[in-house]
Design a binder for this molecule. Structure first.
Ligand code: SF4
Length: 707
């Protein structure tokens, strides 16, 4: 740790890493941050932080920061530094040329969950109003898009139902496909405090994550299912609850749609959904599943229960181990079914809580960066909504949904998609089936990348615009509990302009006028056009510290802490039939193991930020976890280099032999580009949203002599 001197003043802002959204005081000496101190009044963290937020901010002034715009005609040409004006006018004239030659739908934009709400809103506005199409998508496509679909269908909106604090009133906590200790550390500490105070725990995860057994915590049930069988597991839990009469009939009758419940009940009661019938699919004994289902529905014997009329408060927390599957949306709907049938929704201590990976993935979805939705999750085909935006923006909007990211890649390879504006997202590294992505990017005629570093996607770009780090921005992030918090500028943008200004300049150069003087004006426009944000403004956030959407009044209320209290956003809760379908990614003699992926505490996503900080002292490479039996069979020792081959590609990692993974399953993180995790993942994706199936890849692992 380097001593940077005594601070002179501090600025309150929000962490730019995970979806917990911790508040921080950036302590400053002049224009230099000397340390980040967790903000004790921050509602998401109450004065706590983790090693990322507290120590890993040095990337913001790292020597690799890009500060000059650059252009080149071909991706094999050297970059040429130019003025902002020249870069923007080059990008605009290329986009105009492409649209004139190939049609208005031949270009699109990708927004980033690392950017502020205001920046995301502006990019989707640029695409819809400036490009004249709906070809806008967000990096949430590859993480929580099934949450959007699944919760929208069942509950009526894509949002976590609770505050983080709500866990303090849970009696039973079900964690599925999430590893909060590594992925959401500050929330994990809060959850562990509750577990140490007596709450009971069910973990559904192929891997023995830290929560299964850590100091003073032991899960009552660890359902170590085979990767790709989430729907089978959720259905068998619900089967036990329904067939053993453990459901909350009063809640279902009062709050849920009759017909959908009757249909679902008859489906879920079928013998093929029983834990006994599903045991071979999931690899988990029926006895464990029955025990977990009873615990979830009733609490433990002798446990003091906190719910109404002596009922149990059971809360569900889930992560990318649920969504990044071919049946990701189905599992999310199964989770919502489980919460509704047990009456665990609409009060403190219960609920359906997606743990969002990135700082602003909730916000990037809220702000209308899906090709079929305007801000506030309103479908582009809805004439009333579209008319409202058309009047405000002074354009006619296309009523047809545009292209999702994977469709953009396919269209690029087919020759109909030729230009892309990609702000703050490294699709070449983070999207699956790297070879396919590279081929698509190479087929485009103009790619404009904006980022703080020269990322992997920039290798295929024709225009590079230097981005601003969170320390250089004014705006808002929305965390996993729908909490909108301020991001405050502590130093001027190193490249001279903020990301929102770059988008505005590009819009103006394309002939669509934008004239915002400050990001607060963008938020005012969002509030005017989006009912769930109508009570949001920078002034009100400053007054309350943060606001939670839906926030549609200007009273002293700071928004809505618990969703679906008296009725669901869609009116009556809707049960959806969740038929298990096996993944097409199957183990064979050639590929006998299943690879799944996750995160470690000290690193973050593709590592662009954390790898440029001292966090590398904790972990400086991705490794492959393999069970001792599988390692012995292959003559692999811990620390050996091993080759990992899938149907999509191959890579090499160092082996770590551990019983954290079960036999037949291997596991790696994806924080280092050289590990090539996405070279081996397939192009399978969720049936409803195209979210990639990162969590199920059949592989072979063999020792390699050299690397
Ligand atoms: Fe930042 Fe998440 Fe750590 Fe909080 S828990 S400090 S938001 S990385």
């Amino acid at each position: 740790i380097i001593w940077l001197g005594q601070p002179e003043h501090s600025v309150t802002t929000t962490c730019a890493y995970c979806g917990v959204g911790c508040g921080f005081k950036a302590e400053m000496k002049g224009n230099q941050v000397v340390r980040m101190v967790p903000w004790k009044d921050g509602k998401a963290n109450e004065g706590h932080s983790c090693v990322k937020g507290r120590f890993a901010w040095g990337y913001a002034t790292h020597k690799d920061r890009m500060t000059k715009p650059m252009i080149r005609n071909k991706i094999t040409d050297p970059w040429q530094e130019v003025s902002w004006q020249e870069a923007i006018s080059h990008a605009a004239s290329e986009f105009k040329r492409i649209q004139a030659k190939y049609g208005k739908d031949s270009i699109g934009g990708i927004t980033s969950s690392r950017c502020t709400n205001e920046e995301v809103y502006l990019v989707q506005k640029l695409v819809r109003a400036g490009f004249g199409n709906n070809n806008v998508d967000t990096c949430a496509r590859v993480c929580h898009s099934p949450t959007g679909y699944g919760l929208g269908q069942t509950l009526g909106t894509s949002a976590g139902t609770q505050t983080f604090k709500s866990v303090e009133q849970a009696d039973v906590i079900l964690v599925m496909g999430a590893n909060p200790t590594d992925g959401h550390p500050v929330f994990a500490s809060r959850m562990k405090r509750r577990l140490r105070a007596g709450a009971r725990l069910i973990v559904i995860d192929p891997r023995r994550i830290d929560l299964v057994q850590s100091p003073h915590i032991k899960a009552d049930y660890h359902l170590a299912l085979k990767p790709g069988t989430n729907v089978a597991m959720i259905s068998s839990l619900a089967h036990v609850i329904v067939t053993e009469g453990l459901l909350d009939e009063a809640f279902v009758q009062a709050r849920c749609d009759d017909k959908s419940f009757t249909d679902w009940k008859s489906f879920i009661s079928r013998p093929e959904n029983s834990p006994e019938a599903m045991a071979e699919v999931t690899g988990v004994s029926a006895e464990l599943v029955r025990g977990a289902a009873r615990l979830f529905a009733q609490g433990a014997k002798g446990q003091t229960l906190s719910g109404p009329n002596g009922r149990v408060n059971s809360a569900i927390y889930y992560g990318l181990g649920v969504t990044e599957h071919a049946q990701g949306s189905t599992t999310v709907m199964g989770i919502a079914n489980l919460a509704m049938v047990t009456g665990n929704i609409g009060r403190e201590g219960v609920g359906v809580n997606p743990l969002r990976g990135q700082n602003n993935v909730q916000g990037s979805c809220d702000m209308g960066s899906f090709p079929h939705e305007l801000p506030g999750y309103r479908h582009i085909s809805d004439t009333t909504t579209r008319t409202q935006f058309e009047a405000a923006w002074g354009v006619t909007l296309d009523a047809e949904p545009g292209l999702r990211i994977p469709n953009m890649f396919d269209a690029a390879i087919d020759g109909s998609f030729k230009g892309l504006f990609c702000q703050g997202e490294d699709i070449a590294q983070s999207d699956p089936d790297t070879q396919h992505v590279a081929a698509a990017l190479q087929a485009m005629e103009c790619i404009v990348v904006q980022d703080i570093f020269l990322n992997e996607t920039a290798k295929y770009a024709h225009v590079f615009l230097p981005g601003a780090s969170f320390l250089e921005k004014d705006g808002t992030f929305t965390n996993a509990e729908r909490r909108i918090s301020r991001v405050r500028q502590v130093m001027p943008p190193m490249a001279g302009y903020g990301d929102w200004e770059a988008t505005q300049m590009l819009a103006n150069a394309l002939g669509y006028p934008m004239d915002y003087k400050h990001p607060s004006e963008i938020m005012d426009e969002i509030a005017a056009l989006t009912p769930s944000f109508s009570g949001v403004s920078f002034d009100r956030i400053d007054h309350h510290g943060s606001l939670q959407w839906p926030c549609n009044d200007h009273t002293e209320r700071a928004g809505t802490s618990t969703m679906h209290v008296d009725h669901f956003v869609r009116g009556k809760g809707r049960f959806i039939i969740t038929q298990y379908v096996a993944s097409t990614e199957k183990v064979t003699r050639k590929f006998p193991l299943i690879l799944t992926t996750g995160r470690i505490l000290s690193q973050y996503n593709v590592g662009a930020q954390t790898r440029r900080t001292e966090n590398n002292l904790w972990h400086s490479e991705d490794t492959l976890e393999i069970h001792p039996h599988d390692a012995e069979e292959r003559g692999i020792k811990s620390g050996d280099w091993v080759g990992i081959q899938s149907r999509a590609g191959e890579t090499v990692l160092r082996a770590a032999i551990t019983e954290r993974v079960q036999p037949g399953v291997v596991y790696t993180t994806f924080h280092f580009p050289e590990s090539g995790a996405n070279v081996i993942t397939t192009d399978n994706s969720d049936w409803a949203t195209n979210c990639p199936e990162y969590k199920v890849t059949a592989v072979q692992v063999m020792p390699v002599t050299q690397h």
